[in-house]
Design a protein around this ligand. Structure first.
Ligand SMILES: [Zn+2]
Ligand SMILES: [Zn+2]
Length: 230
């Protein structure tokens, strides 16, 4: 069976995410677009995952708990988990590792946390687009400890993509999946060893993927095996 996905969506918690990117709006827009599996991957925080997971259970769409972490090298990596609690614990380790630089909402945007009724319940003080103190190797190990998977994000983007920043894939890490940014061409030779994800990296509702990219799975819960989350 085909399950249509978009595993890289930012909510209003990410400073660059627009204020209409509330958990309810993201889930509902994803349903309208015909998606079956989504992930909300805010920068360096799991703050809106509890609301998104609760909403998704009623809405009949699968939400994979995820974050987009900025490593010490300024590489963006997507981190996915099979349990909300693991994503939340991992998220607090990452948030704690950010420098104490306050967000200025007028410059960078709001960092709002919502409940499942789409009410703002708080906001995060530290600027989420800064880099964590952990290297890519550190993040790989911490994610593994929480039974998750680390997937380099938009590897073909010069800014914050692993190839643009490091210029190579670290061979000491067992990376099995990569995310390729569809709007920039990439040499197929670079990705033939990997399973490739194509996501929207949406920061506004209209940019959430149409039902184009899909996983061929027998059951929707096989997604964790596909992503190498055991
Ligand atoms: Zn990114
Ligand atoms: Zn992103």
């Amino acid at each position: 069976m085909r399950f249509y996905y978009d595993l890289h969506i930012h909510s209003d918690l990410s400073p660059c995410g627009l204020s209409d990117m509330t958990p309810c709006n993201i889930v509902n827009m994803s349903l309208i677009k015909g998606l079956n599996i989504i992930s909300i991957t805010d920068h360096n925080s799991a703050g809106n995952l509890p609301a998104a997971m609760e909403i998704s259970r009623k809405a009949g769409i699968k939400v994979i708990p995820g974050l987009e972490v900025t490593t010490k090298e300024e590489v963006h990596v997507l981190c996915y988990f099979n349990k909300l609690s693991n994503a939340i614990e991992f998220g607090s380790i990452i948030y704690d590792s950010l420098p104490f630089i306050k967000n200025n909402p007028e410059i960078f945007g709001e960092q709002n946390i919502y409940n499942s009724k789409d009410e703002i319940t708080g906001n995060l003080e530290k600027l989420l687009i800064n880099a964590s103190k952990y290297t890519i190797e550190d993040i790989y190990s911490i994610v593994k400890k929480y039974n998750g998977v680390m997937i380099p994000a938009h590897i073909n983007k010069m800014t914050n993509g692993i190839l643009g920043v490091l210029g190579f894939m670290p061979i000491n890490l067992k990376i099995e999946l990569v995310e390729v940014y569809s709007k920039i061409p990439i040499n197929n030779k670079l990705t033939e060893k990997y399973k490739v994800l194509h996501n929207s990296d949406a920061h506004q509702l209209i940019d959430i993927s149409e039902a184009v990219n899909y996983f061929e799975l027998n059951d929707i819960n096989d997604i964790y095996d596909y992503l190498c989350i055991y």
